[in-house]
Design a protein around this ligand. Structure first.
Ligand code: GDP
Length: 416
């Protein structure tokens, strides 16, 4: 069984049903095995004023004490006057799968009296990482490429319950074309359910008003209905209202949960009814980590690369993107071949003519030489004959006639 499909480029695609098992259905397993062996790598950035719970959330997300004790970090930027960029890398493993996780923190962001240019060192850092990747791409040996590009940026919004601050808008406006922005409402346990809902609405309205592009997971046709619904559910929670905690408490029924304890009860981090932490973790780690990396590489980095190379004056050859029509291409090739043949023929003809002319000239020259020699010999012979004639005449006039001549003169025939 087969059916045909004509693509716009004129190539005919035959769809065939196989009559037996060939084996390429196993390709995803090959990729899976290879990926597990190689391990995974992910770089995320956290931005927000200090004290919003960034380090607590990262530790909660990856269930590990990724951050060093807070005091040392705090001391280092206490006196700093600018936003710093610090990164921590950690190799973590779960069920035999390795993940090299890098968290890039930006202490100092939004902490000064004047925060006007707070976004700049962060944007510079993101671009510097893209530059480093571009530089590796241009190397002769590209075997060991290190990808330090930021794959996701968690932007922490203070739980004010009102609207985005000018600093939030400025940061997102400046960075949305360079990084996958994922806004989160920090310390959501300090707001009521209704406050969270209205705050989310207001934030989304501000984002839409300022045409800020936050990360949107793509929906694929080939995904099953369940996956599509799950993705929609995740996306509907943006901006994620999160609660972070590395402490555990015992709740009713003797269950131990991670959460924050209040006089009226415990806010559970891993309970979807209490906050969006589970959905954020699901997106960031379980369902969209590869998607975030792909979007970073295929769209954000690609745009940056084009801008950068164009600014450097490097032009793309437009013919590279010209759609190839096979019939037209064959015709062009045939014409080029014919032109080449005609050129070769003309060249051969002119070489042949030159050789003929040269030969003719040589022949003419030798003919003339022969003629001259012939003439010379003839002249010499003529001269010789004239001399002999002269001699003969002289001899005949000075000497008596021979008997034969006398007899002949008298009319007798003479037999020898
Ligand atoms: P960072 O400076 O943004 O990294 O913030 P930290 O993670 O160091 O947190 C600052 C303080 O906020 C700490 O006392 C945390 O225990 C607390 N904190 C962290 N996350 C939350 C949260 O989700 N809710 C509440 N109420 N407090 C939090």
């Amino acid at each position: 069984m087969s059916d045909q499909n004509n693509s716009p480029s004129g190539i005919t695609v035959l769809r065939k049903k196989l009559q037996g098992y060939v084996g390429f259905a196993n390709l995803p397993n090959q990729v899976h095995r290879k990926s597990v062996k190689k391990g995974f790598q992910f770089t995320t950035m956290v931005v927000g004023e200090s004290g919003l719970g960034k380090s607590t959330l990262v530790n909660t997300l990856f269930n590990t004490q990724l951050y060093p004790p807070k005091e040392t970090v705090e001391l280092s930027h206490e006196t700093a006057q600018t936003v710093e960029v610090q990164s921590i890398t950690s190799d973590i493993e779960e069920n035999g799968v390795k993940l090299r996780l890098t968290v890039v923190d930006t202490p100092g962001f939004g902490d000064f009296v004047n925060n006007e240019e707070s976004w700049k060192p962060i944007l510079d850092n993101i671009e510097a990482r893209c530059d480093a990747y571009l530089e590796q791409e241009n190397r002769v040996n590209r075997r060991r490429m290190v990808d330090n590009r930021i794959h996701a940026c968690l932007y922490f919004i203070a739980p004010t319950g009102h609207a985005l601050k000018p600093l939030d808008i400025e940061f997102m406006r400046r960075l949305h074309t360079r990084v996958n922005l994922i806004p989160v409402i920090a310390k959501a346990d300090t707001l009521t359910e209704e406050e969270v809902a209205s705050f989310k609405e207001r934030i989304l309205a501000d984002i839409a008003y300022h045409k800020i592009q936050i990360y949107q997971a793509p929906v694929y046709e080939y995904d099953d209905q369940e996956t599509i619904a799950e993705n929609r559910e995740i996306m509907s929670k943006i901006p994620f209202a999160v609660v972070g905690s590395d402490k555990e408490f015992e709740i009713e029924g003797g269950r131990r949960v991670r959460g924050r304890k209040y006089p009226w009860g415990v806010i559970e981090v891993d309970n979807e009814e209490h906050c969006d932490f589970v959905k954020l973790r699901q997106m960031l780690i379980r369902t969209h980590m590869e998607e975030l990396k792909e979007f970073t590489n295929d769209v954000l980095y690609e745009n940056y690369r084009t801008e950068k190379l164009t600014a450097m004056g490097i032009q793309q050859d437009p013919s590279v993107f010209k759609e190839v029509n096979p019939v037209q291409k064959m015709e062009e090739e045939r014409l080029a071949h014919e032109q080449k043949l005609a050129k070769m023929e003309a060249e051969m003809r002119s070489v042949f003519q030159a050789k003929v002319q040269e030969k003719e000239a040589k022949l003419k020259q030798s003919e003339e030489e022969l003629y001259a020699r012939h003439k010379e010999m003839k002249d010499a012979l003529d001269k010789q004959r004239a001399d002999l004639e002269e001699k003969k005449r002289r001899l005949e006039s000075g000497r008596p006639m021979t008997p034969e001549k006398t007899a002949k003169k008298k009319g007798f025939s003479f037999n020898k």
